[in-house]
Write a protein that binds this ligand. Structure first.
Ligand SMILES: Cc1cc2nc3c(=O)[nH]c(=O)nc-3n(C[C@H](O)[C@H](O)[C@H](O)COP(=O)(O)O)c2cc1C
Length: 172
């Protein structure tokens, strides 16, 4: 079965995970910004990668625009965020996609990186101000100072699902 990886991210973490998965599986990797170069309907299964910014998947508009092509294909979604796997994160993901699409995909939550030196001064300021209202002390600290949770081994569950798609002829 033929598959491909499409990702949406801004500061490099989602791209890094997409490239690690691409390297491990041989699947082609496309940034959705350049994805007009690739036709989704050519693929039997898709790996969608998306960062989370302000409680939403950044891939959501692209996914809505491509809904008809996404429907009926096997899919994996990996999210990349500061927050780790939790009900809260699942709610953010659920709020970003039509429920019909969500029920068709497996979701794996990965943790990314926030390097304040890559952010504009006003974004740093907005994050700092937001941190004042964050009740979680660890998250508050990370909003102010950044974090690095990049972990190559966390892609393992995704590689296993891809393997199942490739070898079992799974097609829904
Ligand atoms: C403006 C901004 C808003 C963010 N909002 C959230 C959020 O709501 N929840 C979260 O868990 N992480 C949040 N993050 C952290 C990002 O999800 C994390 O840095 C991710 O690795 C970014 O992916 P990228 O490097 O591919 O752009 C935010 C980061 C930025 C810069």
């Amino acid at each position: 079965m033929k598959g491909a990886i499409f990702f949406s991210g801004k500061y490099g973490s989602t791209e890094q995970y997409a490239n690690w998965i691409g390297k491990a599986t041989g699947l082609p990797v496309f940034d959705i910004k350049d994805a007009h170069a690739a036709d989704l309907s050519e693929y039997d299964f898709l790996v969608l990668g998306s960062s989370i910014v302000y409680f939403k998947l950044t891939i959501r508009k692209w996914a809505s625009a491509n809904l008809s092509k996404l429907n009926g294909r096997s899919k994996i979604l990996f999210s990349v965020s500061g927050a780790g796997p939790s009900d809260k994160l699942e709610r953010w993901v659920a709020a970003s996609f039509p429920s019909q699409l969500l029920t068709q995909m497996e979701h794996v939550a990965l943790r990314g990186k926030l390097d304040h030196s890559k952010l504009s001064w006003w974004l740093r300021k907005i994050l700092w101000m937001g941190s004042l209202f964050n009740p979680d002390p660890q998250a508050r600290k990370e909003e102010r100072g950044g974090f690095d949770y990049m972990d190559k081994s966390s892609i393992e569950p995704i590689l296993k699902i891809i393997e199942q798609f490739q070898y079992s002829g799974h097609n829904t």
